[in-house]
Design a protein around this ligand. Structure first.
Ligand code: CU
Length: 180
């Protein structure tokens, strides 16, 4: 039964590595606007208040290329919707990934004429990465009210993966017991 024991240890090691990996990566991808994507008529203020963002997370803007774009701007430009100044980054691929690499505030608008004034704009607070994944350190930046955990596509996915890890662990544990 030596080989069974070895297999058991190997599986257990793999499980541990997976768990550790999950703790460290902890990056969550958020599709802006959830299922609706980056589009006119969506309430991005509401969307931005649903989640708690941390360093390492990624925002994904999905839209028909050419119909919208994404400008990361200063707070002033966010408020005025006047993008003649205050542009930090610009994206227009239709499937833009923005890595939240630093803690602080990020402001985004659509620079297509009238869209920002029409509501395609939001700001978020990004908290420094938390090692436990318990959801951000909350750094006291808070201009957004605490997130309500409702219908969170991305957030729920994270929890699902975490549970999956435990199920895997239990399965391996069961296998180990059976092999003795
Ligand atoms: Cu637009």
């Amino acid at each position: 039964m030596d080989s069974n024991l070895t297999l058991c240890h190997t599986l257990f090691a793999v499980f541990l590595v997976c768990l550790l990996g999950q703790r460290h990566v902890q990056a969550t991808e958020y599709t802006v606007g959830d299922d609706l994507g980056w589009e006119t008529g969506n309430d991005y203020l509401r969307w931005s208040q649903k989640y708690k963002f941390s360093v390492g997370d990624v925002l994904v803007f999905k839209y028909a290329k050419g119909q919208h774009d994404v400008c990361q701007v200063t707070e002033e430009t966010y408020r005025s919707c006047n993008s003649t100044s205050g542009n930090i980054n610009y994206y227009n691929s239709g499937n833009d990934r923005v890595n939240l690499t630093e803690a602080g505030k990020y402001w985004f608008i659509c620079d297509v004429s009238g869209h920002c004034l029409g509501g395609m704009k939001f700001g978020i607070s990004v908290a420094s990465a938390s090692p436990s994944g318990g959801g951000g350190g909350g750094d006291g930046v808070g201009f957004a009210p605490p997130p309500r955990e409702q219908g969170g596509g991305a957030a729920r996915e994270g929890v699902g993966r975490w549970r999956g890890g435990w199920v895997l662990g239990l399965a391996i544990g069961g296998l180990c017991l059976l092999s003795f």
